[in-house]
Structures are given as C-alpha cells and as structure tokens.
Design a protein around this ligand. Structure first.
Ligand SMILES: NC(=O)C1=CN([C@@H]2O[C@H](COP(=O)(O)OP(=O)(O)OC[C@H]3O[C@@H](n4cnc5c(N)ncnc54)[C@H](O)[C@@H]3O)[C@@H](O)[C@H]2O)[C@@H](O)CC1
Ligand SMILES: [K+]
Length: 519
C-alpha cells in the first residue's frame, strides 16, 4: 500500500484538481462526509448526539465544517469551535464555513477565558470530539491556543476522531514536539501518511481508517510515490510456495557465520530463525572451540568449525573456509554474536569483501563495517544490512536520537549511499532500497525489544533468500513475518517476558496465516 508524505499528498490534491478537474471543494466535501460516516459507525445513531468539532483556520478545519454540516443534517447537536479568527479562513474552507453560517450553525471563535470555559463545558457533555485543528499543513510544534485545545481534547476522556492526522503529529516523520491530539480513530484521506505509522505519532492514531475522497486511482497508485506500508496481501505474493514433491535441497541452503564465547545463543537463534523460516539446509560456521556445544544445542543444523583467534572467537584463518563453503550455499548471513575481537572483525571485512552470494549482515559484522561502510559498495552481491538504531549510529556517525527522529530519510539516504538494502530495526522497521523505495513495516510490538530478536530476523531473511526470494522481497517479507510472529507470541503470553526464542515457533504460524490471507 502506498504511503504519501505531506508534500506528495498536496501534489496529488493539486493534480486531482488541476489535471482531472475535480474541484477542491468537492474533495473537501467528500472528506468531511467520510468523517461523518466514521462517526456514525462508531455512535450507531447521530440523532441528538452532542458532538464538538475543533477547527483550525486551514483546510483541515474546512473538512471539519463539512463534517459539522452533515452531522447536523443527520440530527446531531453540533458545536463548532474555531481556534483562530474567521477572517483568517480562506479558499475552500471559507466556502464551507460560509455555508455553515447560512445554515445558522454557529461557529464559535475561541479567544478569551470565557470562550475556553464554553469549550470545556461542551466537551464534558459531548459524545464525540472531532479534531480538525491541523492536518498535513502542520509544521513545528503546537503552542498557544492550539496546544490548549489539544490539551482539552486529550483530557476529556471522550471518543476522539482526528481528521486526516492527529493534530500535532508531523505527517512525514511521526515526530511530536510538545503535544498532539490522542485520537480514538483517525480518518485519513486518499493514502495514509508516514507519520501515522512512525512513533511517537503512531501511538496517537488509534484505529486508522483510510477514506476514499474521490482522488483518481492512477494518482494513488503512482509509482513515483516511493513510500509503502507492507501489507499481508503484499507479502503473500512474495512468500515461497512449497511444491508437493519438495525435497530439502529445493528449499535452499543457508550458511550462517555467527557466535563466539558467551554469545552462542545468538548463533542458536539465527540458525533456528532460518529453520523456522523454511530453509532446507542450514549450516552454522562457528569458532572451533564452540563447535561441540553447538552440535548438541542445534539438532537440525549442520555445524562447521572455524579456526580461532582466541578461544571461542573466529580468527582470520577462517576466511578461506567460509569462502569455500559459501559456494555450497545460496546465501551467507554473518554477524550475530560474533564478538568484537580485532581478528574477527578483520575476518568479517575480508569475508564480506570477497562474497559473491547474497549477504545478510547483522550485529558484530556491522561493527566491523563502522568507519569502512564503503566496503559494501564493493561487494559483488547485493547486501542486506540489518542495523538497530545503535548500530546505525555507529555506521553513520549520527546519534540514536537523530536517527529515530527521521528514520525514513536516514534509511533511504544510507541505502543509496551504501548501495545496500537497509533494514533499520526498531519500533516500525524501515526497509530502504538503493533506488529510493521505502517500506514501513506495521507488524511487531514492544515485547520484541529484547535480546536476540534481531538474530532471529537475520536467520529468517536468509532463509527466504535461500528459498528463491530476491534480497528485495526477502527483506520485505522477512520483517513482516518476524513482526507478526512477535504479535502472535505476544497474544499468547503478553509483552513482558517475551523472549526471542518465543518467536521461533510463531514464525511458521505467521507464514501460514499470511498464505491463507484472502485479500
Ligand atoms: N485540496 C486539498 O488540499 C485537500 C485538503 N484536505 C485537508 O486539508 C489538510 C491540509 O490543509 P492545509 O494545507 O490548509 O493545512 P492545515 O489545515 O493542516 O493547517 C494549515 C494551517 O495551520 C497553520 N499552522 C502550521 N503549523 C502550525 C503550528 N505549528 N501551529 C499553529 N498553526 C500552524 C498554517 O499556518 C495554516 O494556517 C489535510 O490534512 C486535509 O485535512 C482535504 O480537505 C482534502 C482536499
Ligand atoms: K487533525
């Protein structure tokens, strides 16, 4: 599903109006009507329901006036509060404001203390509050009267329906400075905006309703829109089908280079992630001193001992062995729990530099790349790197905070610069491709913020590549399945105390659920 930034949405609106000839007031009419349809679904009947509409002076407020008119027509008792002056309302919004006046529906400009008291009393008795304060035109932070209004809305404890986006959320980044409206429902127009998926904005959205306001379909499917939200229906088309006469050789082979003393669990989780992801054969290459332990710990996985630097850490002599084994496999995943011994990191760089098969690079292998990321542009194969924000910080020189403030843009620019697929993990994983395309993953939960879940993802993505998916498709499908496995596990046991190993049995359940998805 395409996702549009504020600028792109403005452009879509412009083309709808100028190129297709659908007037802006019609779009606004449809938008307001869709908000009313949503409220009617929630409240069942609108007759004599008290509903407060909060409007700003822009077009978001314009949608609010339309909603007010239709709510009134359907029997509701509406109160419209304008945060600003009527004089400041122009264009399409002005036209709809004037219609309200002609209908005798009062629009109260909120300025002084007495007005705020009226607002507070009205909200206390309302069944539903409609937030048309600010939409995609919002920038910066809510201050003054806007902030006061948002505070009253949030403090009222009522059902809140936000128009297009909860006011105060940055449509492109999901950032919330000072405060933002906390919606129960957000009715967004045409296409969802990135800020509805990205945190902290995402936690203000409530239930997202994507409403048709009559924008022509070619504009909504425009390939020039470079952001997407991953959907179950989309992933279903990517996942491998298992033939009835399949044998293990057909489901692909994963070579995993992982683990070091104290970090055998990472190797176990990545290898198990590959198995649960459906790989036919999984080989774990691990420092020789740990080989015997892993033979016991992993039943279905083949293990290969690697020459060591110190006890339990891969040494540089491992490079030729990994190079030789790589050719017996379809994909090489490297990094989970490898440790940071200087020789190990050097070996990792040499392995990556020489690799010819698709690569999945994670954890300590990313540490090996810090300061030398250009190595990625020199590999023959397309690499997927799977940094969490801390690892991304080491790779980019930015802080974790800077990365989380603009996850999409940073993932996109890094992918283009490093000519690699970037899977930026964290709440709302972003998959970025060197051609500028972005996929936002909607699955997953806070319970997955625990050690080892990233190792499972590495193994899972590698398993999908082994089964014939392109690196592109494996990255998209992998993050979606992984998050969904986390959601399935969390439904069973809650968020607290969820472990990475709990994800493993949920992976096949997630894949099965997606494959049986009807859409
Ligand atoms: N033809 C169109 O463009 C359509 C637009 N629609 C609606 O219009 C919205 C976008 O409308 P606009 O571009 O007019 O913008 P908004 O209504 O989102 O807000 C713009 C107004 O808010 C002010 N503003 C910006 N940042 C502020 C801040 N930090 N504090 C206080 N005020 C601030 C601006 O100066 C401007 O007056 C969409 O979200 C959607 O709801 C819909 O009616 C569909 C059609
Ligand atoms: K809004």
């Amino acid at each position: 599903m395409k996702v549009a930034t504020a600028r792109e949405m403005r452009e879509i609106d412009r083309k709808t109006i100028e190129e297709y000839g659908i007037p802006g007031v019609v779009l606004m009419e449809n938008a307001g009507m869709q908000v009313v349809n949503c409220i009617e679904n929630i409240l069942e009947s609108l007759v004599e329901q008290k509903i407060c509409i909060f409007a700003g002076t822009g077009n978001n407020g314009g949608d609010g006036y339309v909603a007010a008119r239709h709510l009134y027509n359907r029997g509701a008792n509406v109160k419209v509060f304008l945060i600003g002056e009527k004089e400041a309302v122009s264009g399409d919004a002005r036209l709809h404001l004037d219609i309200l006046s002609r209908m005798g529906i009062n629009v109260q400009e909120v300025a002084g203390e007495r007005d705020w008291n009226k607002v507070k009393i009205a909200t206390a008795f309302a069944a539903c509050l409609v937030d048309g304060l600010l939409g995609t035109g919002f920038r910066g932070e809510m201050t003054g009267a806007m902030a006061t209004a948002a505070g009253i809305i949030n403090g009222a404890g009522k059902t809140v329906v936000s128009i297009d986006i909860p006011s105060g959320v940055d449509a492109d980044t999901g950032q919330v400075r000072s405060l933002a409206v906390c919606a129960t429902y957000t009715v967004t127009f045409g296409l969802p905006k990135p800020g509805l998926f990205l945190y902290p904005g995402a936690s203000h959205v409530g239930e997202m309703v994507i409403a048709d306001i009559g924008i022509p379909k070619p504009l909504l499917n425009d390939t020039q829109l470079r952001q997407n939200a991953i959907t179950a229906g989309g992933v279903k088309k990517l996942l491998p089908q298992r033939r009835p006469d399949a044998h293990k050789g057909m489901s692909g082979r994963v070579l995993l280079v992982a683990g070091s003393e104290g970090f055998t669990g990472a190797a176990f989780l990545a290898a198990s992630g590959s198995l649960r992801g459906g790989a036919g054969l999984v080989t774990l290459a691990i420092a020789a001193g740990l080989h015997d332990i892993m033979e016991i710990k992993l039943t279905e996985v083949m293990t290969r001992p690697l020459p060591e630097a110190d006890r339990g850490t891969m040494g540089r002599e491992a490079v030729p062995s990994v190079g030789a084994w790589e050719f017996e496999n379809d994909v090489l995943a490297i990094g989970p729990g490898l440790g940071r011994h200087t020789d190990t990191l050097q070996a990792v760089r040499e392995i990556i530099g020489a690799a010819e098969k698709p690569l999945v690079i994670d954890a300590d292998a990313l540490t090996a790349l810090a300061g030398q990321v250009e190595l990625l542009t020199e590999t023959k194969a397309l690499s997927i790197i799977t940094p969490h924000p801390g690892e991304m910080a080491r790779l980019t020189g930015l802080t974790v905070e800077e990365i989380n403030q603009d996850r999409i843009d940073i993932a996109r620019r890094s992918s283009q610069k490093w000519e690699s697929i970037v899977v930026l993990k964290g709440a709302r994983t972003i998959v970025a491709f060197p051609d500028g395309e972005i996929y936002i993953n909607p699955t997953g939960n806070a319970g997955m913020a625990t050690g080892g879940t990233g190792d499972v993802l590495t193994g899972l993505i590698a398993a999908l590549i082994a089964q014939g998916l392109s690196s592109h498709d494996a990255a998209i499908a992998g993050v979606y399945v992984h998050g969904m496995a986390g959601d399935i596990a969390a439904r069973r046991m809650g968020l607290i105390g969820l472990t990475a190993a709990d994800l493993l049995p949920a992976i096949p359940v997630a894949i099965d659920a997606i494959q049986n998805e009807t859409k």
